[in-house]
Design a protein around this ligand. Structure first.
Ligand SMILES: NC(=O)c1ccc[n+]([C@@H]2O[C@H](COP(=O)([O-])OP(=O)(O)OC[C@H]3O[C@@H](n4cnc5c(N)ncnc54)[C@H](O)[C@@H]3O)[C@@H](O)[C@H]2O)c1
Length: 473
């Protein structure tokens, strides 16, 4: 279970600059609207540091589940933290928006901001919610702080402020304020990231909002960075774009390493020893997926285009990523003697990364599409994400693949009698498979797109091991 500094003590008793300031303020009730990955993780974290938290979601089932202390998705340690937050009485879920808004002093909007078909960011969830909150604010007599936690383009806070002011007839900065507070947590590590943020970035236009957010984050470790709203909004996009650039750069060098008989892993390890660069996000693989990087990079590029500013570096990171799935399948095809048609491939790992059941933008989708295009038969396995992956299949496959795609209950079942295996996701259980499981592959061939299985195990199994980013010396 992740542990953070000062854990378990109520926020208002905390020592330290932020805690001491907060101790003089009346207690706040923190409202979290949208109980998805970010909303649930942040509700748990605020409750963990002793705040009174009220949650709300438009989906009845979500409210009911979270209200019972049951995590709606898998992430290590989340179920336990959520259940204890609810049991302690510090976290509850409101039955409707009216009571939620009435009880909350601060409303954190953790709503979806998906991509539109042209890559630009769909902010209508936030805008429509702003209209509803504006109506409720009209009848409210207390000052409210609305915080945009969703990843949204620079200028969104201002837009939300205008909508609420127009709908409520109230004055921004006096009767209510709108602030930005982007979130940097990563799935697969939700609890620790929420409890121990690398930094808390806020974008405020008035002193009261900043003071209130300092109080909301009292007890949290990590530096508190206060900026104007537009800059705070830009921090989030810049962070994700730069991380994605590192991933795509490692993938680009991986292709070169394969050609020249080098190995990108020790190369990037040595590159990352330079403290100016750092080792994180330099591991070559099948490309980045998930609900954030692809969407946020496209959103940033589209927003900058509207502003008349080209972003060639970010664009290139996206391009490398889009071709990486094909590259992985090329590795499999070349290793199979140039022919995948009619071969059975065990595709291991469907989640966009390990330790989550989230399959949004998972690289397993384009890899599967490419395998089918080349005539392969595919067996699929994932310890947590098989069901959500299956649900997303109709969206990516224009025709029903019928028996050419089959889900397997265990990795052993996927391997037994398949020609080759392609490891897309670095789940621990694949690394733990004994040589006897891999021996069951007819062609004794494994393509490791995550560098997650041990080459020594492959040698013991008598399996040819093709690792992404590693050429034949
Ligand atoms: N998932 C991540 O790892 C992550 C990390 C950092 C930032 N973000 C950003 O945070 C935002 C939320 O992401 P997420 O992954 O938590 O999304 P999500 O889809 O998991 O959750 C969104 C929730 O909002 C609810 N919702 C929709 N409209 C609503 C409304 N009007 N009122 C109340 N609830 C409503 C949905 O039912 C859903 O439960 C996005 O902007 C995302 O880009 C996500």
């Amino acid at each position: 279970m992740p542990r953070a500094k000062g854990q378990g003590r109520p926020a208002r008793e905390k020592a330290g600059a932020r805690g001491a300031e907060a101790a003089r303020e009346p207690p706040l009730t923190l409202g979290v609207s949208g109980l998805g990955f970010v909303g649930v993780a942040m509700s748990v974290a605020f409750a963990h540091y002793g705040h009174d938290v009220v949650g709300y979601d438009v989906v009845d089932r979500r409210r009911e589940e979270v209200g019972r202390g049951h995590a709606p998705f898998f992430d290590p340690g989340l179920e336990e933290e959520l259940s204890s937050a609810v049991k302690s009485g510090r976290l509850r879920v409101a039955k409707d928006r009216e009571s939620f808004f009435r009880d909350a002093d601060v409303v954190f909007l953790c709503l979806p901001t998906p991509s539109r078909s042209d890559g630009s960011v769909e902010t209508s969830f936030l805008e429509e919610e702003a209209l509803r909150l504006g109506k409720l604010l009209r009848r409210s007599r207390s000052w409210k702080l609305i915080v945009v936690k969703s990843t949204s383009p620079p200028g969104t806070v201002r837009k939300i402020e205008r909508i609420i002011a127009g709908e409520s007839g109230k004055k921004p900065g006096e009767d209510f304020s709108v602030a930005s507070n982007p979130e940097f947590l990563a799935e697969g590590n939700l609890v620790r990231d929420a409890l121990e943020p690398s930094r808390i970035v806020v974008g405020t236009s008035d002193e009261r909002s900043e003071r209130t957010l300092r109080q909301a984050y009292s007890g949290f470790p990590g530096p508190f960075v206060a900026l104007p709203p537009t800059s705070s909004e830009l921090v989030k996009y810049s962070s994700n774009a730069l991380l994605a650039v590192k991933v795509s750069f490692a993938n680009e060098i991986a292709r070169l390493a394969e050609k020249v008989g080098s190995d990108v892993y020790p190369v990037m390890e040595a590159v990352g020893m330079d403290p100016r660069l750092g080792k994180a996000f330099l591991r070559a693989g099948p490309g980045f997926g998930g609900s954030c990087f692809p969407k946020d990079l496209k959103g940033l590029v589209a927003f900058a285009r509207q502003m008349g500013v080209p972003l060639p570096v970010t664009d290139a990171a996206l391009n490398v990523n889009e071709t990486q799935a094909r590259h992985v399948v090329d590795l499999a095809e070349t290793a199979s003697g140039g022919l995948l048609a009619g071969r059975e491939v065990a595709l291991l790992g469907l989640a966009f990364k390990r330790d989550t059941d989230d399959v949004r933008e998972s690289r397993a989708y384009p890899i599967l599409g490419e395998l089918l295009k080349r005539g392969a038969l595919v067996r699929l396995h994932d310890p947590k994400a098989a069901e959500s992956f299956r649900a997303g299949l109709p969206k990516i496959l224009s025709v029903d693949p019928g028996p050419r795609v089959r889900f397997c209950e265990t990795p052993e079942e996927a391997l037994r009698g398949a020609n080759l295996a392609l490891v897309q996701c670095d789940w621990e259980e694949y690394a733990a498979l004994p040589p006897s499981a891999w021996k069951e592959l007819k062609d004794r061939l494994v393509i490791d797109a995550r560098r997650s299985v041990d080459p020594a195990t492959m040698r013991r199994a008598g399996v040819r091991y093709v690792a992404i980013g590693k050429g034949e010396p």
